[in-house]
Design a protein around this ligand. Sequence first.
Ligand SMILES: *[C@@H]1O[C@H](CO)[C@@H](O)[C@H](O)[C@H]1NC(C)=O
Ligand SMILES: *[C@@H]1O[C@H](CO)[C@@H](O)[C@H](O)[C@H]1NC(C)=O
Length: 243
Amino acid sequence: MKLSIICRLFFYWAVVKLAHARTVFSGVSVNGVDQGHAVGVRVPSTNAPITDITSPNIICNTDYIQPVSKTIINVPAGGQVTAQFHHTSAGYIGKDPADPLDPTNKGPVIAYLAAVPSATQTTVTGLKWFKIFESGYNLTTHQWGSDVLFINKGNATFTIPSCIKPGQYLLRAESIALQSASSYPGAQFYMSCAQLSITGSGSTNPATVSFPGAYEPTDPGIVVQSIFNVIEYAPPGPSVFSC
Ligand SMILES: *[C@@H]1O[C@H](CO)[C@@H](O)[C@H](O)[C@H]1NC(C)=O
Ligand SMILES: *[C@@H]1O[C@H](CO)[C@@H](O)[C@H](O)[C@H]1NC(C)=O
């Protein structure tokens, strides 16, 4: 083998070895309209994972970039929201083989909503969450939610249920990496919360869960022996609410 080829192979090996799954949800689009980086989103200042599912940091992450946006993003019930994930807290900053995440790392992508008195309130404990989206493992395509996120350049797009009550909400969008999750703790949780005002005339109250609490250390969606040759996988948390 020529030396240049050996060097190049080593370079690719090093990139793959050094890249981490790390990813950050830092921007929102509404019906395809980009609201801007860190606008209406509480963006953690590092892309370090949360691994303790009993910590309050599992709710909306921690250590936000300051000042936190005061923007509340308007979304019609029934509209499409895109949570934009990128490798670092800075959003998209150019070509990066690990943007939005290292493609060798695998796991689900999930989104929840919680009604709040004010979407800019700092308190996030005690909220009641319902799941509106999950992308786990597709047994036909053999793709993880993380693979789909990678293909879509970090965009996870889902519908705001048309029947929920109008008002202020926090959106919690999460990417979970399972390549080190053969025991707990091991799964890596990457989430941020966005500040939404949902308009409409719905009145349905979905069943809810709490964070911490929705995830258990023995949850088969959180303890996964192998990310390869998957024969069944269900993301953690409740089932997805639909109207
Ligand atoms: C992802 O969303 C951004 C912002 O809305 C958009 O500019 C971009 O085209 C989307 N990329 C893909 C691959 O859908
Ligand atoms: C899996 O992927 C196939 C092909 O794209 C799609 O038709 C199917 O709905 C997917 N299944 C799930 C559970 O998302």
